[in-house]
Design a protein around this ligand. Structure first.
Ligand code: PEP
Length: 254
């Protein structure tokens, strides 16, 4: 079966000192959780110290972005090789904030996904429609566009070790989460699109996270949906207590 995955996207928050303090609190709270993959994604500057603070525990490290080249004249970028070197196992790619504020395209996402796999990093690929797109009935088309372009060219083994996040943009940081039915509908769509390209067997192994205002009080119902295999959590992951409650909700749901 699919191991549930709960990832915390810290976005542009937490100094090194704050990151270490948050990790220390979280480690105490989720120490006994063994059925859920737990991931945190600090800012680049806190990755090295976070890796040390996470050593020997059950929480894994992610970066919030990556570039696709190994090295060279690309000022300001960080490569997959460097992320592996600092201790990352995962990387978030194509978050809606990167698409919206930094001009990230599906093509960029695909290059980053392939480069990450080439270096043994697990990509968490974000997909999701804006409110305007949902209201125009374009949810399916937008998610399909993000997904199919993002995963283009991946082998079956690579897609199985890729995490897909469905994150409706209207639910991110707004306090307005998708209902469990809305989430399930899109997650089932994502799984059937993967099945069309690969096979049912492959699609059943791919983990699909929901993201968008996941909180301790709505996590259980979202995670109870058959195609929801975890959560990508923003705001509620910046506090150890609320993130731990979501992790425990996942531990109980699966
Ligand atoms: C996110 O940014 O990926 C996210 C889901 O944020 P929030 O939980 O704050 O909606």
């Amino acid at each position: 079966m699919r191991t549930p995955i709960i990832a915390g996207n810290w976005k542009l928050n937490k100094t090194i000192h704050e990151a270490v303090a948050l990790i220390a609190s979280l480690r105490c709270m989720v120490d006994g959780v063994s059925n859920v993959e737990i991931v945190v994604a600090p800012v680049f500057t806190a990755l090295a110290t976070s890796a040390e603070a996470l050593a020997g525990g059950n929480i894994r490290l992610a970066a919030q972005d990556v570039f696709w080249e190994d090295n060279g004249a690309f000022t300001g970028e960080v490569s997959p090789r460097m992320l592996k070197d600092v201790g990352c196992d995962y990387v978030i790619i194509g978050h809606s904030e990167r698409r919206q504020y930094f001009g990230e395209t599906n093509e960029n996402v695909n290059c980053k996904v392939k480069a990450s796999h080439a270096h043994g990093l697990i990509p968490i690929i974000c997909t999701g429609e804006s409110l305007e797109q949902r209201e125009a009935g374009r949810t399916e088309a937008v998610v399909k566009d993000h997904l199919l372009n993002g995963i283009a060219g991946l082998s079956a083994a690579q897609i199985i070790s890729t995490v897909i996040a469905y994150e409706p943009v209207w639910a991110i940081g707004t306090g307005r989460n998708a209902t469990p039915d809305q989430a399930q509908e899109v997650h089932a769509l994502i799984r059937s699109l993967i099945s069309d390209i690969y096979s049912d067997d492959v699609a059943l192994k791919v983990r699909i996270q929901y993201g968008g205002s996941v909180k301790p009080d709505n996590a259980g119902a979202l995670l109870a949906q058959p195609d929801v295999d975890g959560a990508l959590v923003g705001t509620a992951s910046w506090d150890a207590e609320s993130f731990a409650q979501i992790i425990k909700a996942a531990d109980n749901a699966f």
